[in-house]
Structure formats: structure tokens, C-alpha cells
Write a protein of this length. Sequence first.
Length: 232
Amino acid sequence: MVMTQFYKEIIWQVDKKLCPYPEALTFMRQQVEAIHRQQAPQRIWLTEHPPLYTAGTSAKAEDLINPHNYPTFEAGRGGQWTYHGPGQRLAYIMLDLTRQHGPLPPRDIRAFVQTLERWLIMSLQDMNIDAFTREGRIGVWCFDSQTGQEAKIAALGIRVTRWVSWHGISLNVSPSLSDFEGIIPCGIRDYGVTSLQRFNPSLRMQDADAALLKNWASLFGSPALPAAIPAG
């Protein structure tokens, strides 16, 4: 196999069951090393986790409440506390950032994060949800359909190791929103969280996946191909 061919393709991998978080970290670390060595294709991995909380490098102990005693993990990504659980789509983004990806220039982490935000906003628009970013706030926001207040619908947490990205984005499709009360999400105390199903109860995980896939190539320049093997 010609290794340079990998960089014309990005594997699009979708799990059919919940993935334990330690397995996800192990798999991502292995993939990041292989991508750096040009021994594996770049990969977008869509998965879900059992209920848990992860701490980014800026997480504060006082922002963890955890009334249900869910497992907690040091994620190694940027950011603060984040909840993951069933009904939340995780998209782990493993790209070689030394290379051009469509309009995204190489070695530009700020532009990479902004492109991920646009990817989420465009995908949400396809599901008739108007979303936006706010200066000084991490994540993607919208006006909650029930409260009318600004609320977070998607989060970002990225790590880059030797110019290969890992971790990624989380999109709230149909999670238990009460579980977010176990933390101060991303250290932001004044705003709540929301989900796709608060806007449209008929929206499912496959709708979110379809919107994300549809908008990927226009922003990152490479078509996504189905994974040949499962993660883990």
C-alpha cells in the first residue's frame, strides 16, 4: 500500500455500541502515533460513552459535583470539565495538521478550531437549528427552544501531538441533560445546556451523523470513507 494515498482519504468510523473511555484514549493514542509515522489513515471516529466526566488541562476541582458518582478521567485535552454519556455524539478528529485540508491551512491550530466550529454550525443549520459562537466562551451555542435562553449544544476539546490532532467535538443529540448538573460545564456557570431533541423530538443520532458527514468535505476538502475495521 502506498502511504501517501492515505492522505487523500479520511476514514469515517461509526460505533454501534458504547465505548469505554479508557479504550477510546488507548485507541486514539495508537492512531495518533501511526498517523504521525504515515502508517495509518486519518480518521474521524464517531462514538458514544457510558456516563462519565472528563477533566481537561484547565479543570478545577470545585467545578466537579458528581452526585451520581460517575467515573472521572483525566482526558489530556484542552478545556475544563465535560460530561459524556449515551445520546451524545462524540466525533474524535485524528488529522495530520502538517497538511492542507481543503481551505484549512497547515499548522494553524486556531483555524482548525474555528473550522470545527463552522462544521458544527453548518450541520446544526441542516437540522433547522441556528447556532453560533460567542467571544470568550468555548463551544457552540443556540437559544434553547424551551427556555429562550442561550445554552450550549456542542463542545470542543482538542489536543495536538506532533501536529496530529485528537479528541474533538461533542454534540448533544438526546443525552440526559440532568447529568450535566454534576459539573460546571467548561467552567461556565451562567448558562445551561441543550440538545437536538429539545428542538425536534424526532431527531436521532443518525440525523446528526448524516449532517456531519454532509458538511465535512466542503470544509476539510477530503471525502470520508467508511471504516474497514472497528475501533478497540
